[in-house]
Write a protein that binds this ligand. Structure first.
Ligand code: HEC
Length: 113
């Protein structure tokens, strides 16, 4: 009897572990860099840009598909890459206190399918 109980317990534990493991796998399916970038975008950019980066926001233009060079120049230095023709002639956006890695994540999000 005791033996059966421990076998059952082991089986239940095994099933729980398996479930946990496959839940982790599912999360990995979406790129963690994109997930991080999405969070950074939502907390730093949507006061001016649209929640949907493919559309124009209250102040800023659509920025989906922006190159890494452009996002770095705009966010880290408040500039444009040399020779880039800006979508807007205004100079409203100032540089933001994001790190290089943050910008890579935001870029990954802006270029995610
Ligand atoms: C204070 C408002 C504001 C915030 C916050 C802001 N932007 Fe902007 N952004 C603008 C405006 C307005 C423009 C258009 C040019 C200008 O006036 O500076 C712009 C332009 C851009 C451009 C260039 C678009 C092009 O192709 O010409 C990129 C890229 C960009 N923003 C990315 C970002 C990202 C990424 C964030 C968040 C990390 C962000 N912006 C936060 C207002 C903002």
């Amino acid at each position: 009897m005791r033996r059966l109980r421990s076998v059952l317990l082991a089986a239940a534990l095994g099933a729980a572990c398996l479930e946990f493991w496959s839940a982790c796998k599912k999360q990995e399916a979406s790129d963690p860099l994109v997930t991080r970038g999405r969070g950074l975008y939502l907390s730093n950019c949507i006061s001016c840009h649209n929640v949907n980066p493919a559309r124009a926001g209250s102040l800023g233009p659509d920025i989906k598909g922006s190159s890494l060079e452009l996002v770095q120049a705009r966010v880290l230095r408040g500039e444009y890459p040399p020779g880039y023709a800006p979508k807007r002639p205004t100079k409203i956006m100032v540089k933001l206190p994001l790190t290089e890695v943050d910008v890579k994540a935001v870029h990954a999000y802006l270029n995610a399918p």
